[in-house]
Design a protein around this ligand. Sequence first.
Ligand code: HEC
Length: 226
Amino acid sequence: MTRLTVLGLLALLILPAGACSPLDDAVVAVFGRSMRDQPTFDPYENPRPAPEGSVPFAAGNLPSGPFEVNLGQPQGLGEALPPFTQLDVLNEAPVVMGLSNPVALSEASFERGEELYLRFCAPCHGPNGNGVSGYIIPAGYPPFPLLSDRAIAFSDGYLYGMIRVGRGLMPGYGHQISHFDRWHVVNYLRLLQGVASAPAFPEGTGDPMAREVPQATPQDQGGSPN
Ligand code: HEC
């Protein structure tokens, strides 16, 4: 056998295997389903309900609502989140600007937002959001204040977008702060900026604004607890 014949035979063997689509289609015709088309699961996703008394942990899926703990169930958001990039944030694209905040202002939301803000944002923007007291400013990060008129004028969607994908020198935190938590951070940011306040509690049940939040001004004294 010449070398050419061997090569020819090899090509005959390899080529159909490489072009797997027709082969796959033939398998579908015979067996009714293909290897390409199968149910897949996210890491840690468990389609069965969690065993009673088990301790939940965060999975790759999104929790189904604000304050809900993710039990590893498939994501329960009504509609899928549109994907966007830093460029969309920079260009104030409608996909970012049009995002509406699904998490109502409440003391619980502020508390969650505060926890995350102190953990993720304070290192650079300072615990009050004024930038100057950011711990890593001495390392060369510019002090970007979040209390400026400019930052106050940003839409909720823009702030959400910045948290998710970052902008310029600021890293994105979408992989660490999940969907509803990002909105809690946005709400807390509004509290720091003094443009939002918690719904007031009825007499005697405690003033939600009593805890120390710099720059916050209680505006809403009426109403009921969230
Ligand atoms: C590693 C440091 C760092 C961390 C942590 C950080 N930021 Fe930033 N942030 C920056 C820098 C730097 C800028 C300026 C971005 C640019 O160059 O466009 C910025 C800009 C911003 C702006 C826009 C300010 C303006 O006037 O345009 C907002 C809003 C913001 N950050 C919110 C947040 C929030 C919310 C968090 C927490 C989830 C956070 N940042 C965490 C460094 C950081």
